[in-house]
Design a protein around this ligand. Structure first.
Ligand code: MLC
Ligand code: AMP
Length: 507
């Protein structure tokens, strides 16, 4: 009986007393301990009636147990659906309903609000808290520490990750075992990870970066991770001496660089620093090398495709580029109107194809067809070019998207809320440069004639509806929105007008 994802990432470490997770309290969890917890959880899942192919939605804090739940899903053949801990009940309701999740795992504090929603949608609930306590662990305590791995094929679905869309409706990206495995093994080789590596892990584990890139790579080689609950400067500085490598979003690197304790001495033993999920400014790349002597290795990926390109391990890591297509990944630049492939040097939309590319959006055949071509190329929505040396540059986006501190925010989702507010005629939400988050959210509101909308009340309503990281940093009343001759709002004009609002000098 085979289950490639479980066997190749988890099962092969069965019985190993080697360290897997180094925790903030100084304790260490071995691979064997971790797998035992995963197996106990897998028993609970099957006892709760979950069958292979069912969905488990989890909105839980980062902890070893949270990661063991991922292992449990892999072992029981359940599709894992991790959710941002910042999502509101409104947002969660949609994900639970859309995915048809059979079980929702949340922390005790959110249970009262989520249980009725889950039950209304036919899902059971269990709790799992940041300290590992909760009904799930309580039920797992007396379960056997081994579980007969459910047979799955590489083409079976392993996870759904929701990604917002330009229409404001989130889509569940269906990722197969093969998508995850191929990327994990390719990245581990490309970046020369081994069982000697200790990865400093401060990313959330509900997104591709922290869960699939970081964790799967380390699992595939049998290395260990310093598993911090979140990014905290003091904890990063304290733990860097024990790490060999680190992965982060650009905000991690700019925050480290702004701290006087982050020096060449602190980092001289490090093997590798990797950045992704948002553009790393060339200036940050250069500053990082000046301070540490290391060149950050920048790579490019997305929820639907895992990782697509990477700067080389040995060759030149070129600032402002995302490197070369990974082995097995085809990448082309096409004309957005005609789909024709463009010559090197020309800017167009980036399309990718490979074993890393997802299967489509859950129950959204039209959206899948619009973005995933029949020949397997996925239209990323990013604009880029390939230079004369083959390096891929991302120069912009063909999708209305803001990336703040590595989190994707789709303006449409916020505009839909703003437009409904009393006194609002229409709105436009844009991303403007921000020293810490790279970009941040700005909302522009056109009032109904003669009205004076209450901006504080609007912010409060937004707060109830949308996750904190999506809230506009500021709302501004404007008389009208600039439009082109087709009547389309010219967001580029707005972005230029407000470019300096949160730039360093204005903060
Ligand atoms: C937190 N806040 C954010 C935010 N993160 N607001 C906007 N954007 C963000 N990214 C909110 C907090 O709730 C808080 O609200 C306020 O902003 C300031 O918080 P902070 O303490 O400064 O933030 P912090 O908790 O330190 O978090 C910042 C961060 C974190 C950058 C460390 O956001 C983070 O870990 N980002 C990584 C995201 C990620 O993993 N992306 C990968 C996606 S996968 P208040 O109420 O206090 O004002 C992907 C594919 C690929 O993209 O290629 O990898
Ligand atoms: P997500 O859907 O959260 O996975 O985000 C994917 C998007 O993040 C991509 O489509 C890009 O726009 C952006 N992204 C990821 N890595 C990089 C990078 N290294 N440089 C620029 N943008 C990036």
């Amino acid at each position: 009986m085979a289950n490639p994802l479980y066997d190749q990432l988890f099962g092969k470490h069965a019985g190993k007393a080697t360290p897997f997770l180094h925790l903030a309290d100084g304790s260490t969890l071995t691979h064997a301990d971790f797998l035992a917890t995963g197996a106990q959880f897998a028993h609970v899942l099957t006892n709760r009636g979950l069958k292979p192919g069912d969905r488990l939605a989890a909105q839980i804090q980062k902890s070893p147990e949270a990661l063991a739940l991922y292992a449990a899903c892999a072992q029981a053949g359940v599709i894992f659906l991790p959710l941002n801990t910042a999502y509101t009940v409104d947002e969660l309701t949609y994900f639970i309903e859309n995915s048809g999740a059979s079980l929702v795992v949340c922390d005790t504090a959110s249970e009262a609000a989520l249980k009725p929603v889950a039950e209304g949608l036919g899902a059971k609930t269990e709790t799992l808290n940041a300290d590992g306590s909760g009904s799930l662990t309580a039920a797992a305590k007396d379960m056997p520490a081994t579980f007969e791995t459910v047979s799955r094929s590489a083409d079976d679905l392993a996870a759904f990750l929701y990604t917002s869309g330009t229409t404001g409706r989130s889509k569940g990206a269906m990722l197969t075992q093969a998508n995850l495995l191929s990327n994990a093994t390719d990245l581990a080789q490309y970046w020369r990870f081994s069982d000697k590596d200790v990865l400093l892990h401060a990313l959330p584990i509900f997104h591709t970066h922290g869960l699939f890139v970081a964790t799967n790579v380390m699992l595939s080689v049998g290395g260990s991770m310093i598993f911090l609950p979140k990014f905290d400067l003091d904890a990063m500085i304290a733990n860097l001496p024990k790490a060999t490598s680190m992965m982060g979003v650009p905000t991690f690197y700019t925050r480290l660089l702004d701290d006087a304790r982050f020096t060449k001495e602190l980092t001289s033993h490090m093997r590798l620093f990797i950045s992704g999920s948002a553009p790393l400014l060339a200036e940050t790349h250069v500053r990082f090398e000046e301070v540490t002597g290391h060149r950050i290795l920048e790579r490019y990926g997305m929820t639907e495709t895992n990782m697509n390109t990477s700067n080389p391990y040995d060759g030149e890591r070129r600032a402002g580029t995302v490197g070369f297509p990974l082995p097995g990944v085809d990448l082309k630049i096409t004309n957005p109107e005609t789909g024709e492939t463009l010559a090197n040097g020309e800017v167009g939309q980036i399309e990718v194809r490979g074993p890393n590319v997802f299967k489509g959006y859950w129950q959204m055949p039209e959206k899948t067809a619009a973005e995933l071509r029949e020949d397997g190329f996925f239209i990323t929505g990013d604009l880029g070019k390939i230079d004369e040396d083959g390096y891929v540059h991302i120069v912009g986006r063909n999708k209305d998207l803001i990336i703040s501190g590595g989190y994707n925010i789709y303006p449409k989702e916020i505009e839909l809320v703003l437009d409904e507010q009393p006194g609002v005629l229409e709105s436009a939400v844009i991303g403007v440069p921000h020293a810490d988050f790279g970009e941040t959210v700005l909302g522009l509101i056109v009032p109904n004639s003669g009205d004076n909308p209450d901006l504080d009340a609007i912010q409060n309503t937004v707060a109830g509806a949308l996750a904190r990281f999506k809230h506009p940093r500021k709302l501004i009343l404007v008389d009208s929105l600039p439009r082109n001759t087709m009547g389309k709002v010219q967001k580029n004009v707005l972005r230029e007008t407000y470019a300096d609002l949160f730039a360093p000098a204005a903060q």
